[in-house]
Structure formats: structure tokens, C-alpha cells
Design a protein. Structure first.
Length: 302
């Protein structure tokens, strides 16, 4: 659909079909009239059904901005600190909203991803989030700090959370090149190198000091929420035009996973935990196949 005007009948019909799909209808039907899912007190819990998870799925499915989604977005903004950072729960006091805590950037990144998708890039509150991401990015190392990472510093190569790097890179990639500040452009370049340096998914460290693959990232899934996999990382890198020999191992994995029918399976799934199941685990997946083919096309490996 690249090159089509927003008013093009073909694009309009596709958007209507997406919004009328059973999956999107079920997610939206679970939304409270005020805009939140489950509870307004926390936008993150319970996992996979709360407001942030629901809006992220809707964005990844291609849902279009409408009044219901706008109400959901405003609920998310109610959890934003003055710094631009988003908390999992609504701040109960002025002191909490004024906190300068810089933690859990993987959540900020996922929020940025769906905010951009739904057309909020120019919103001052999202510009505030971008300012926070720029200021909290490590100046001496790659990535963003996170209290939960690492559980054991001896078991990983990165100093800061590698998941934050992957999710941050994916979200910042959604900003049109013409609208990226110099700081954002610099962060993108640094995080591309960070991901490549760790061979996309080989950031774990053995007792002998050798690189080890993150096994969970070799199982392709959709949606992924705060998780990631090789396919998502490759999709992000290739969308930026990156071609590097350090991607070869991951690319070979993608090729090996292609079935004789030319499709890829859904290896990892959160079915049973979301508002609605998405495809069938261990069965051919249109979402995994779409992502894989997009990667191969960009690299000329179809």
C-alpha cells in the first residue's frame, strides 16, 4: 500500500476491513467507556490485557485512530511523569509525578511505538517523552539503565538492559527521518552498533566468557509485548537499511525456519492470556511470514 493517498478507495477499504476484524473488535469491546482496560489505577497490570498491552496489540494489528483509541491514549497519559517517563500506575501525589526516576525504558519504548502509530508524534507530551529518552540514554555505554538488569552481571555482555536497547531502537525507528533530532539520530546509530555487537541475540555470557544465544529469541512470536526475538530485531535493522555481516547468523536462522510451503510457524504465543487469541501456536503464521518476507525482500534474499 506504499504510495497510496490516505483517501485512496483501496486503502480506505483495507482500513475498514482491519477495524472490522474480529480480533480488533474483541479488544475494543473489552475497553471501559472511560478508555481504560481492566482498571484506571494501572495501565500495565494485569499483563497482556491492561491498557498498554491492548493499545500495543491494536497498533501492531494496524488499527486506525478513533474516539475509543483516543480515550485509551488519554488514560495512558495520566500515568506520565513531568520528566516524560511513564509509570506503570497513575501517580498518586505531586511528588510521584515530579519523580526523576529513569527506569523501565522498554515500557516507554512500547508506548512511544503505539503513540507514533496513532499519530501522536507531534503531541507535546510525546516530545517530552523523546526528551526523556534522549537525556536518560547512557552517554558512556549503550542503552538505558534498568534496575531489573542484569540479575547477574557476570552472565551478560551489555552493561545496560539489552531489551531496552532493542525496544528503544524499534520505537525510535518509527520517527520519520526528516523529524529525527540530531540526538535521536546519534542514539539510533549507537544502538544499531550495540545490537550488531551482540550479534542480535547472542548477548548472554557463559562462565568461560563466551557469547551465548538468548534461546527465547530464537522462537518467533506475535505479539511480543516486552519480549523480543531475532525476527523483530532483524525487521528493525533492515527497516533502517542496515546490512552487516554480524546479521548473517540471525538471517540464516530465518531461512532455515521457512517451511516447504514458504511459510513460517508461530513458535511463541501468549494465547489464553490476551483478550483474544491471535493465530495458532505451531501453525503457519501470516504475521511471522509477513515479517520474515519483508526482511528477506529488503536484503534481496527472497
Amino acid at each position: 500500500m506504499h504510495g497510496l493517498e490516505l483517501s485512496d478507495p483501496e486503502l480506505v477499504n483495507l482500513q475498514e476491513a482491519i477495524m472490522n476484524s474480529l480480533t480488533i473488535k474483541k479488544i475494543l469491546s473489552a475497553q471501559d467507556p472511560q478508555g481504560f482496560w481492566i482498571t484506571p489505577k494501572t495501565m500495565y497490570l494485569p499483563k497482556y490485557k491492561a491498557s498498554t498491552h491492548s493499545l500495543l496489540i491494536l497498533a501492531e494489528l494496524g488499527a486506525q485512530r478513533n474516539p475509543a483509541i483516543e480515550r485509551g491514549i488519554e488514560q495512558i497519559f495520566s500515568s506520565q511523569q513531568y520528566s516524560g517517563h511513564f509509570r506503570m500506575e497513575q501517580p498518586k501525589t505531586e511528588r510521584a509525578r515530579a519523580s526523576t526516576l529513569a527506569d523501565g525504558v522498554c515500557l516507554d519504548a512500547n508506548i512511544l511505538y503505539f503513540m507514533i502509530h496513532f499519530g501522536y508524534l507531534e503531541d507535546p507530551r510525546i516530545q517530552q517523552l523523546l526528551d526523556f529518552l534522549s537525556k536518560s540514554h547512557s552517554s558512556s555505554n549503550y542503552g538505558w539503565p534498568c534496575r531489573a538488569f542484569p540479575i547477574n552481571p557476570k552472565s551478560v555482555f551489555p552493561t545496560n538492559c539489552f531489551m531496552c536497547s532493542v525496544k528503544g531502537l524499534r520505537a525510535l525507528t518509527q520517527i520519520p527521518q526528516s523529524k529525527r533530532s540530531q540526538k535521536i539520530t546519534t542514539i539510533l546509530k549507537k544502538e544499531i552498533e550495540h545490537v550488531l555487537e551482540n550479534e542480535l541475540y547472542r548477548y548472554l555470557k557463559t562462565p568461560q566468557g563466551e557469547r551465548k544465544a538468548k534461546a527465547g529469541w530464537t522462537r518467533f512470536g506475535f505479539p511480543l509485548f516486552y519480549n523480543s526475538d531475532v525476527l523483530e530485531v532483524l525487521d528493525t535493522l533492515t527497516s533502517l537499511g542496515v546490512k552487516d555481516s554480524r546479521m548473517d547468523d540471525a538471517l540464516e536462522m530465518v531461512l532455515q525456519k521457512r517451511g516447504s510451503d514458504g511459510k513460517w510457524l508461530l513458535d511463541h504465543s501468549f494465547n489464553g492470556k490476551m483478550w483474544v487469541d491471535i493465530e495458532t501456536k505451531k501453525a503457519p503464521s501470516k504475521w511471522i511470514t509477513l515479517r520474515a518476507l519483508r526482511i528477506l525482500r529488503r536484503l534481496g534474499r527472497e
